[in-house]
Design a protein around this ligand. Sequence first.
Ligand SMILES: C[S@@+](CC[C@H](N)C(=O)[O-])C[C@H]1O[C@@H](n2cnc3c(N)ncnc32)[C@H](O)[C@@H]1O
Length: 258
Amino acid sequence: MNKPITFDPYSILVDFYDHWAKPQSEDIPFYVKRAAAVKGPVVELGAGTGRIAIPIARAGQDVIGVDLSGAMLTEAARRAAAEGVVDKITFIEADMRAFVADPPVELVIVPFRGFLHLLTADDQLAALASIRRSLVSGGRLILNIFVPDPETQVALNGRKTSHGEFVDERGRRCEMWGLPEYDVTSQRLHLRVGLDIYDGERLLDTIETAFDLRVIYRYEFEHLLVRAGFEVEALYGWFDERPLEGDAREQIWVARKP
Ligand SMILES: C[S@@+](CC[C@H](N)C(=O)[O-])C[C@H]1O[C@@H](n2cnc3c(N)ncnc32)[C@H](O)[C@@H]1O
């Protein structure tokens, strides 16, 4: 059967993805440590440009990097080659709702909120069932998603907000921005992400993409995990493994297949 034609929002974001993800760098040592502690390979779902997979491979661990986006995987493969770890990573273009590792592995990770791309409970449960099948008994799923903050969601709703800037390889100043639109009842966040490219003060071009995310609350995710047959082993509020409490911004889940 032919693959249905769908728009890949990451085919545009790929060009400035790592600048966009830069503030997230504290997740890298966390995932590398977890990955290095198991017998490989480790499966990363939503592996993107290899931002996490490549440091894991550099630490000596084998990785299976799964992603829906051919554009992101092409960039990941280019970087893996440049970093000399091409033999340590197998990239697979597949959907995390259906991908099952064979043979099963000890660790599946879904870093940087990749799980939020699953928009319905059916999709979330399909992914969790596939992840469960990908794991050996006693194997772990580790992922992070943001802590929903109603105050921020209301404050930023419909507003274009700067996400920092960088100078590209042609010396042009590039300003990244996000424009979130949040629908309370569906818990859907429609996020427009763009890049304004300047020559001095003159705006040369704007490139823009958009995707939907499904916001997930803490106890909602706990229910999903239990429903999918996982035990919750730990829930951290940051990558230094402090507990999720107070003004924590990230939910970092460690779940075990019994
Ligand atoms: C926020 S990026 C994270 C990339 C990488 N893990 C990182 O930490 O930089 C999310 C990735 O998930 C991928 N993705 C979205 N939906 C997916 C799905 N259903 N199955 C597999 N990958 C998916 C996107 O193409 C994108 O590369």
